[in-house]
Design a protein around this ligand. Structure first.
Ligand SMILES: C[S@@+](CC[C@H](N)C(=O)[O-])C[C@H]1O[C@@H](n2cnc3c(N)ncnc32)[C@H](O)[C@@H]1O
Length: 258
C-alpha cells in the first residue's frame, strides 16, 4: 500500500511540477513569512527543506543561510525547483531526490529542517519524523507547516473526501493535538505555534491537479450537496451556484530537538 501511495505522489506531482512553481499560494504569504521569521531568529549554517515541491521554502531560506539542501520524492519537481531558483540567481541550493522516510544524510547534520505543506502526503508520520529528528543536530529546529486537520469527524471526513477526489495521493491532515503528541513522541519539544488561513481559489486549486472535467463536475456536486456545516467549516464561498474558493487553516509549529 505504501509503495503505491508513493507512486501516486510521483504520478500526481510530476506532471504538475511547473504549476507548483507558479502557484501563488506556495510562492509566499504570511505562512512562509512566519517560517522564515523563525528561521532567521534561530539561524543555522545548514538547512534541509524536505518535500521542497516548487522550491519556494528552500529559496526563501537560501536568502540568509549558507547551505540549503532541498529534497523531494518527485524528480520532475526537483528539476522545476532547480530551474526556478537558477532563474532567481540562487544556484547554490543543493537538490537531491529522497523519500522523507529514508533521508540520505548523516545524523545531526542540519540545524534546521523545514517541511511545508507536504506532510499530509506522508503515509507514516512517525517514520518521517524519526528521520527528520535523526538528521537534526541537538538543539536543532523542525519548522513544520501543514494543513490543520479538523477535530469534528464529519467535517474531517468531508474535507478528506474533497482532497482525495482532487489528489489521490493525499493521505490525511492531522489535528493540532495529534501533531504535538507525534512530535513529542519523536523527541521534539514544541516551542512555538500558530494557525494561519490560506484561501484556495477553486479553479486554480482544482486545475493544478489536472482533474478530468467529469471528476471536477462530480467534486463540485459533492461539495454543493454536502451539509452546510461542513462547507462552513472550511469557509466555502459559492457564488451563483458555483464554488469560488474555500479556506484551509495552516498549522505552523516550531519543534526543537533536545
Ligand atoms: C505541495 S508540494 C510541497 C510544497 C513546498 N514545500 C513549498 O513550500 O511550496 C508537496 C511535495 O511533497 C512531495 N512528497 C510527497 N511525499 C513525499 C515523500 N514521502 N518524501 C518526499 N517528498 C514527498 C511531493 O513530491 C511534492 O513535491
Amino acid at each position: 500500500m505504501r509503495v503505491d501511495q508513493k507512486q501516486q505522489v510521483q504520478a500526481q506531482f510530476g506532471p504538475s511540477a511547473e504549476a507548483y512553481v507558479r502557484s501563488p499560494g506556495h510562492a509566499g504569504g504570511p505562512d512562509l513569512d512566519r517560517l522564515v521569521a523563525w528561521g532567521r531568529q534561530r539561524g543555522a549554517a545548514r538547512v534541509l527543506d524536505v518535500a521542497t515541491g516548487g522550491g519556494h521554502t528552500a529559496l526563501a531560506f537560501a536568502e540568509f543561510t549558507p547551505t540549503v539542501v532541498a529534497t523531494d520524492l518527485t524528480e520532475p519537481m526537483l528539476r522545476a525547483a532547480r530551474g526556478f531558483a537558477a532563474g532567481r540567481g540562487m544556484a547554490a541550493i543543493g537538490y537531491l531526490a529522497a523519500d522523507v522516510d529514508a533521508l540520505p544524510f548523516d545524523d545531526a547534520s542540519f540545524g534546521v529542517v523545514t517541511c511545508r505543506i507536504a506532510a499530509h502526503h506522508f503515509p507514516t508520520l512517525p517514520a518521517a519524523l524519526r528521520q527528520i529528528t535523526r538528521v537534526l543536530e541537538p538543539g536543532g529546529s523542525l519548522l513544520l507547516q501543514d494543513i490543520l486537520g479538523h477535530e469534528d469527524p464529519e467535517c474531517a471526513a468531508f474535507i478528506l473526501e474533497v482532497e482525495r477526489r482532487r489528489d489521490p495521493s493525499h493521505v490525511r491532515s492531522v489535528p493540532r493535538r495529534e501533531w504535538v503528541a507525534l512530535l513529542e513522541a519523536t523527541g521534539l519539544t514544541v516551542m512555538d505555534g500558530t494557525v494561519l488561513p490560506k484561501v484556495r481559489p477553486w479553479e486554480e486549486w482544482t486545475g493544478r491537479s489536472r482533474m478530468s472535467p467529469q471528476a471536477r463536475a462530480d467534486l463540485d456536486r459533492f461539495v454543493l450537496s454536502a451539509p452546510p456545516r461542513c462547507r462552513d467549516a472550511f469557509a466555502f464561498i459559492v457564488v451563483d451556484g458555483r464554488i469560488a474558493s474555500f479556506t484551509d487553516r495552516m498549522l505552523l509549529l516550531r519543534a526543537d530537538r533536545s
